[in-house]
Design a protein around this ligand. Structure first.
Ligand code: ZN
Length: 402
């Protein structure tokens, strides 16, 4: 091994340990240096050295005095959440939402821009830059405190190079998001599929905390799933794992935008919900719903007002989602299933029929009792997930190297 290699691996080890210590302080703080040493199995002098470095950068601060177990009372450490800031972006089918947060993922400012109906790569990237410029301009935070931009993008994403390989809602391919944003803003940018971003956000800040195997379904204009196995995002061989929206649930069903017939997305997405409502009204069903004013929100409101058709449409959506989820439960055996995205706002109208499918069709008692919940982060799920992609670069959940 050459000297450069040795220096390189030493630097890496040091930075890995720094990241592990930061994570312990983030998750267990306020915490003493002695307790950090116990948790990480690093020696107390190593912990003291790294903590001194971190205190110097300002990302860690000394806070309250802890209880003494005999001898001097220890000084406790916490993360200075305002040390750095992050921009999280959610690129949906119809709009782009961006937030600015601190290191606790607390939102300080947010903006949403509606996307034009027809777009080419150039117009899309321009809107994306406008949204980020907008959120930056409303913040008093200096640019050098910005440590990253995280983008949750629908469709197939190459997360290594930050390229949107295929964005079905825009019918665009190979959009170099990372490169464009880094050239324009000079801020490191990470791009991830939106369902995977949501799963990561739920795993750090929502209903997936402290759970090793989670399935997170994003049900909106499209349907995607983020899979967390052993506490890590699962990508599959080509990074396309989780495309649950394109599993076939009716081989004689409607043509999907992917070219296949009867994908889950053609039945249970928000678009499909509106389409089915239109068809029912067209066939003369009596309802409070009106052809010219249909949206997921309106259907939910009518269901709450007791409209039979609206309730039936949501129930049907829940049942189909339940069929998709029972297949995943049998295949993957997750500990918990989280449902997010626009359609999840219909709450119990879809959750109850969905749970019913799982409770009646699952193979074992344990599988029947798989916990199924709505996203805790709600509308902010994907943006907080996008922020988490950046946080993940600083706070490592790996073990320390002594
Ligand atoms: Zn499809």
């Amino acid at each position: 091994m050459t000297r450069t290699h040795i220096t390189g691996s030493f630097q890496l080890m040091k930075s890995l340990n720094r990241s592990v210590i930061l994570t312990i302080i983030r998750e267990y703080g306020p915490i003493s240096r002695a307790d950090i040493a116990k948790q990480t199995k690093l020696t107390p002098p190593t912990v003291t050295n790294i903590v001194s470095e971190l205190l110097e950068t300002g990302i860690v601060k000394e806070s309250a005095i802890g209880k003494s177990k005999g001898g001097r009372k220890p000084i406790l450490l916490t993360i200075e959440a305002k040390h750095s800031y992050i921009i999280g972006v959610d690129v949906g089918g119809r709009s782009i939402r961006a937030v600015l947060t601190d290191l606790d993922a607390t939102i300080e400012h947010q903006v949403t821009h509606v996307l034009p109906k027809e777009m080419n790569e150039h117009t899309f990237l321009n809107v994306l830059k406008e949204v980020i410029t907008d959120v930056l301009s409303h913040s008093s935070c200096p640019k050098e405190k910005m440590i990253g931009i995280g983008v949750g993008m629908h469709g197939i994403v190459d997360h290594t190079d930050g390229i949107a390989l295929y964005a079905p809602n825009f019918n665009l391919s190979n959009i170099p998001i990372k490169q464009e944003l880094e050239d324009y803003f000079e801020i490191t940018t990470y791009v991830e599929n939106d369902a995977r971003a949501l799963a990561l956000g739920e795993s750090w800040f929502g209903n997936g905390k402290d759970i090793d195997h989670v399935l997170c379904m994003n049900v909106g204009t499209g349907i995607g799933a983020g899979i967390i196995l052993n506490n890590e995002l699962f990508y599959g061989h080509h990074g396309t794992a989780g495309e649950i929206g394109h599993t076939v649930v009716d081989m004689h069903g409607k043509r999907c935008q992917c070219g296949n017939d009867g994908c889950l997305q053609t039945i249970a997405s928000s678009e499909a919900l509106q389409q089915r409502a239109l068809e029912a009204l067209g066939s003369g069903r009596k309802s409070m719903l009106m052809k010219n004013n249909l949206s997921g929100k309106v259907i939910h409101e009518c269901a709450m007002a007791g409209d039979e058709l609206a309730i039936e449409l949501l129930e049907e959506t829940g049942t189909y989602l339940g069929i998709a989820i029972i297949n995943i439960i049998h295949f993957m055996n997750p500990e918990k299933v989280i449902i997010g995205g626009g359609v999840s706002k219909a709450g119990d109208f879809i959750l109850e029929p969905l749970k019913k499918v799982v409770q009646t069709k699952a193979l074992t008692e344990q599988a029947r009792n798989t916990e199924i919940v709505l996203s805790h982060l709600g509308d902010n799920g994907t943006v907080i997930g996008a922020v988490t992609i950046v946080l993940k670069q600083i706070f490592s959940r790996n073990s320390a190297v002594s």
